[in-house]
Design a protein around this ligand. Structure first.
Ligand code: SF4
Length: 86
């Protein structure tokens, strides 16, 4: 499941530089995750970085976007050609 950012987002922007896939973009008030770029951090980290750094717990898994680990690894490979997942 890709992550999405809920209305609990304070707009601090702390998550944006933490995303290894550059999936997070925003303005001064709200940040959003591009689900086509979010791998749940699969391939990079054992847990979601945006969720870990957010003091508001605003990033959550999006149940509308169910993906298996294999799906997420395939997305990782497409987004990061030549890179070995950890
Ligand atoms: Fe980026 Fe990971 Fe958050 Fe997805 S879960 S938006 S890949 S930091």
């Amino acid at each position: 499941m890709a992550y999405k950012i809920t209305d609990d987002c304070s707009g601090c922007g702390g998550c944006e530089p933490e995303c290894p896939n550059q999936a997070i973009h925003g303005t001064d008030t709200i940040y959003v995750i591009d689900p086509e770029k979010c791998t749940e951090c699969v391939g990079f980290y054992p847990e979601s970085r945006c969720w870990m750094v957010c003091g508001m717990s605003a990033p959550v898994q999006d149940p509308a976007r169910k993906e298996s680990r294999e799906d997420l690894l395939a997305k990782f490979a497409k987004l990061n050609p030549g890179k070995t997942p950890v």
